[in-house]
Design a protein around this ligand. Sequence first.
Ligand code: NAD
Length: 503
Amino acid sequence: MNLIVNDLQPSNANAVKFLSTKDKKMLIGANWVDAVSGQRLNSHDPATGRVNGTIPRASKADVDLAVKAAREAFEKGVWRNKTADERSRVLWKISELIEANAQELIELETLDQGKPLYVSGAEIYGAAAQFRYFAGMCSKIEGETIAPSINYQPPGKRVIAHTLKEPLGVVAAIMPWNSPLVLEAMKIAPILAAGCSMIMKPAEDTSLSTVRLAELILEAGVPPGVFNLVTGLGGEVGQALAEHMDIDKVAFTGSTATGRKILSAAQSNLKKVALELGGKSPTIVFDDAELDIAIPGAANAILWNTGQVCVAGSRLYIHKKVFDKVVSGIADIAKGMKLGHGLDPTTQMGPLVNKVQADKVKSYIDSGVSEGAEVVTGGQQLGANGTFISPTVITKVKQSMKIVREEIFGPVVVATPFESLDEVQHLANDTRYGLAASIWSQNLSTVHRLAADIRAGTVWVNCHHFFDASLPIGGYKESGFSRDCGMQAVDNYLETKTVCMVV
Ligand code: NAD
């Protein structure tokens, strides 16, 4: 079977205009600049392999300049000394500008990452919602007054104390390629709400929409130097950020393997680190689930965004009594999905981000088959440049297989039957990851017991992929530490200072 992919270009006039300047620049201070070395990287349309444009290939010299600009902006207080109301208005303005330019951003994201328009749409509006939520947080940053029990206070005097919440300083955000703009918004909005300065480093495969976002951030009124953008390869510019002696924190979203490297590089100056990493999340379907909701829900849990989602429901545990019915229902949905170029509005599933990732996903499928697993549907690598994988459902797997243990990050789900609550609790937790899980059941006792016993940062019940700026998201175990979204996300970018005084 082959797949013919139309070579489509954006229809939005602003997106066409943006792409007419092929060589994109980085933002350092108030200036749009090339890399000091002058080197560039091509940025491809993953569906066709066509070059969309080029981005600067930054290195340590560029990182030094970006950190200098961010540090100067921080020290001068051009942002952190603004009132909460002033910062809030700017963040709100960013959300308005994202929505005003949504169609352009949606088409750019689709062209750069490959995802269908409806997925880009959800993400771009999700990015705007992040800025609105954190706009409201600027005025909720509060310390505490404390009554210390210190008993050597001078006679006639009092000891009183309070805490101040202060911006942490200069933060670097290093980001993945699967959902560029919305994941970046999850960092930028709380970092700016806290009053920090920052350097954004998007993934090398998907930097175009970030360049456009940087323009909107300046237009909204973020002072030059507060938000800086550097582009390039992880091992070069990412590593230089993680090692840098004048960065106070690295906020990273990406693979567990890279997370380990960042943690070790951050030892240079003991900078703080937040890691949002990989997952192998279970979708658990009980025999009392409403199957007309659970079957499409479990299919969407793995197939949304071509399975390139950190919280994808990639391990499916189904009660023995309904195993065949649920597997065939999900397989039917998978078979019926229309693959194609993301810019075609009828496309339901796009390509993987690049050939390397598609090859990796295919090799996982092949390894499962060689170990005795059975492909119910899918399993093919398609498209002229081999970036598509047909949605794949695999059964007859063992818990010890690589396809059950490792993150595949593609449209591939492995299904295993279970008989009891205790058994499925053990299976669900039998992983080094702990990012998310979903439980599909009508039984309150089942749901409450399992939701409490699963070791993961998010547990969904009768739903999956329900995200909101107000809901903290992050991992247990090797899925990382810290949380994006929710009230505590601003705390990630604040220091607590204790002021203790005798009066
Ligand atoms: P990746 O780890 O390969 O790359 C992420 C970023 O790190 C990129 O910008 C890359 O250039 C940079 N990088 C690479 N090597 C580096 C190094 N040595 N030092 C510093 N930076 C370096 O991840 P990816 O393949 O882009 O994204 C997919 C991964 O991201 C999956 O594992 C997925 O689960 C994870 N992810 C996690 C979340 C979450 O919230 N937990 C969300 C989305 C994606």
